[in-house]
Design a protein around this ligand. Structure first.
Ligand code: DQA
Length: 145
């Protein structure tokens, strides 16, 4: 069974209480439950870290295990060239990497309008709350199927 790595960057562990007007009131556990409910035939491995090196290590792991990735890089989106280089390793290996955002960064502060990840991602889904992840999972399932 294929495992989909659902990787979440800094401050996303605070979902539920973090700026609910922007990110909604659901927690990461709620998100895990939603994804598992839609996973049909795929295993969901949802993780979160505030640490850049850990997130990079998980992308290396995706390359080594041949796992598709759904990645919410959170604030690292906007400036982490190291994370971008790791994301490029995933897509250059021929694996799917879908960049997702809960909010629509383009409708927010100017610094959020730049993603250093998008150019090396397979594609980007943003602005649909937790549905951004569900849409990404649907895409991964269809591409793998
Ligand atoms: C985010 C958007 C980023 O700008 C922000 O730093 C986050 C969350 C989103 O999911 O909407 O932490 O990636």
């Amino acid at each position: 069974m294929t495992t989909v790595l659902v990787l979440n960057g800094p401050n996303l562990g605070r979902l539920g209480s973090r700026e609910p007007d922007v990110y909604g009131s659901g927690t990461l556990d709620d998100l895990r439950g939603l994804l598992e409910g839609e996973a049909s035939g795929l295993t969901i491995d949802l993780r979160q870290t505030d640490d850049e090196a850990t997130l990079i290590g998980w992308l290396h792991e995706a390359v080594d295990t041949g796992s598709p990735v759904i990645l919410n890089p959170a604030a690292f989106t906007h400036y982490s060239y190291a994370l971008r280089d790791a994301a490029a390793l995933v897509t250059k290996a021929g694996l799917l990497l879908v960049e997702v955002h809960i909010s629509n960064p383009h409708a927010r502060e100017e610094f959020r309008h730049t993603s250093v990840i998008s150019a090396v991602a397979t594609g980007v889904i943003a602005g649909f709350g937790f549905d951004s992840y569900l849409l990404a999972l649907d895409l991964v399932a269809r591409r793998l199927g």
